[in-house]
Design a protein around this ligand. Sequence first.
Ligand code: ZN
Length: 235
Amino acid sequence: MVRIAETLMTPAAKARVQATLMPGESLEDLASWADEVRQSRPQTYNWHFVDIPLDSTGLDMNRDCAGGDCVIAQITNFQTAWVNPTATAESRREALLFLVHLAGDLHQPLHCANNNDKGGNNVPVAFLGNSTNLHALWDSGLLRTLAGEDQLFATLSQAITADQITAWSSGTVEQWAGESFQAAKGAVYALLPAAEKGQPVALGQLYEQMVESLLEQQLEKAGVRLAAILNASAQ
Ligand SMILES: [Zn+2]
């Protein structure tokens, strides 16, 4: 996702990122930093998701993002900090580190939907016989079924069309979250088979095949939109 973004960043944005990172650091390596500080900075805990109720028709910022305590409001805040020419070096760096992470979280459908199950964390799953839960499956388990990282990057970055870049770069963070919510509703949950009473939901290759193109497109969109965010400059 970060590597896709890097191919789409303007020279000016690349230079700004370079100037924000320390020597030897890469954007990709820093993408997990926001998860690492989540425990020591509990006020950032809710910044990684927005709980849009699965049985609702869609996002309601007053209901789902009260007080700006959600991923949508935080991406917007850090976007503003990133383009602010008078921001301190420290706040610009923090904005970059959160944006590179939260752009990914926003495109994980279960970070934008909740079925009274902690975004799928409380849904036990047996995936190809391995015990996990629905949220973790979408965070990482399904990713491991795709091609290796280098091959995946090559395939996805070649597959993205110019029209898709234009379309995906437009719109608002709220709309992008709405797409993730619809993906959760229309695919992540809709394609789940019923579990036997007291048993985890048994998932295997069939589920994987049905959601693979969605999963890949969410990664593509995250990369395109991270680039769009970082390419923006002060108006
Ligand atoms: Zn996160």
